[in-house]
Design a protein around this ligand. Structure first.
Ligand code: ADP
Length: 367
């Protein structure tokens, strides 16, 4: 019996020590009886310095590190109502900025009188995720609304009873409606792809792929979109096949080529290169456009990120293209990155694995 009791106590002690949340226990005399390691770390204090100290002193120290004058008083008020389990969020600034949710609870049973505990949970990450969701919703609704408004406007105009539009005008309005519907469709496809990338559920169907052919096709398509740009292909003569999903690779190439056109509004040369490096083929798309500031080279792959911000831009786009391209390339075991010096154009490069003997065997096996 004695042994059992000791074991339970040890386990309880271990649980308090390993708790992912900070915990402070306060005894009947409002003195600190326990400050677990997580709380020490969170507040950058040592339990040995605080055991037996008055809890109000800790509240004051925390309030000071949070830049909130009245915070200590609030903490004391919550503590007085510990039996109603109040909770409260505050931003701690020292030792580092984090949002902490504090939860008070009365210690029941035995003879604890006014003893209570406080659980401190770091909710910084949850707050960031919340903010990201809000940002996502507002971007998506804004991006959907723009084409929708124009579809609705032109349809309403065409339907007006009091005006007769000549055939050419009607066709022009319908062309705009079609174009804007395509934009909507593309945005929705992108959102679906993005959600698959984020869920790690992007399906790719690999087969041996001749990059040379895909690159040629993509360049021909891109050339149709522009007269101000000319395309140069520099493909190694003996290009091995890559182990990839041709539809997805096409998607990446189209995105990079469209960007090369879009972000070089004055035209210029676009160079596409494929070269072998170890077990990969590296494809590069280089333009002579506006370039990307060095500190943003990685961020352009973040979803919804646009260098000049959505509000000031003249070109369309949702800021999802490169995030999806990254998801696709990484699902193939490759990497994608950008190089640029502002004003000197940008180079986007991605690698795809060369077909291995074992890939082919696996393919036969699956067929
Ligand atoms: P979108 O083109 O729809 O805005 P992307 O994800 O394709 O979205 O690109 C993200 C951002 O990266 C663009 O908004 C642009 O600011 C920048 N960017 C992409 N490609 C280039 C390029 N070739 N040259 C300069 N900036 C680029």
């Amino acid at each position: 019996m004695q042994r059992f009791a000791t074991t339970t106590r040890d386990l309880a002690q271990d649980a308090l020590t390993s708790l992912a949340d900070g915990l402070t226990l306060v005894d009947d005399d409002a003195r600190i009886a326990l400050l677990n390691p997580r709380a020490e770390e969170m507040f950058d204090v040592r339990a040995t310095d605080w055991l037996g100290a008055e809890i109000d002193d800790l509240y004051r120290a925390l309030a000071k590190n949070s830049g909130g004058e009245f915070l200590a008083e609030r903490f004391e008020n919550y503590a007085a109502r510990a039996d109603t389990m109040p909770r409260f969020e505050f931003t701690l600034r020292v030792p580092s900025e984090k949002v902490i949710e504090a939860k008070w609870f009365a210690l029941r049973g035995m003879e604890h009188g006014n003893a209570y505990g406080v659980l401190w949970r770091d909710v910084t990450r949850d707050k960031e995720v919340d903010a990201m969701k809000t940002q996502l919703l507002s971007t998506v609704s804004h991006e959907l609304r723009t084409p929708l408004a124009s579809i609705k406007g032109f349809a309403t105009t065409l339907l007006r009873q009091d005006v007769r539009w000549d055939e050419a005008t009607q066709r022009e309005f319908l062309r705009i409606i079609e174009e804007e519907s395509n934009r909507l469709e593309e945005l929705i496809d992108n959102l679906l792809d993005m959600s698959q990338v984020e869920a790690g559920a992007l399906r790719i169907q690999r087969e041996p792929v001749q990059l040379r052919r895909l690159v040629r096709e993509a360049v021909e398509n891109a050339q149709r979109l522009t007269e101000a740009h000319w395309f140069v292909m520099d493909l190694a003569s003996e290009l091995p096949r890559v182990w990839a999903d041709p539809r997805r690779v096409r998607q990446v190439l189209n995105n990079l080529l469209e960007n090369a056109i879009k972000y070089a509004p004055n035209g210029g040369q676009v160079t596409v290169t494929c070269e072998v490096e170890n077990e990969f083929v590296i494809t590069s798309v280089a333009d002579q456009g506006e370039g990307i500031p060095r500190e943003l080279l990685e961020r352009v792959f973040d979803r919804f990120f646009q260098v000049d911000g959505a509000s000031t831009r003249k070109t369309g786009g949702s800021g999802l293209g490169l995030a999806i391209a990254k998801g696709i390339v990484e699902a193939h075991g490759g990497t994608i990155w950008a190089e640029s010096a502002a004003g000197q154009g940008s180079v986007f490069r991605f690698s795809l694995p060369i077909v291995k003997e074992s890939d082919l065997l696996q393919n036969q096996f699956n067929e």
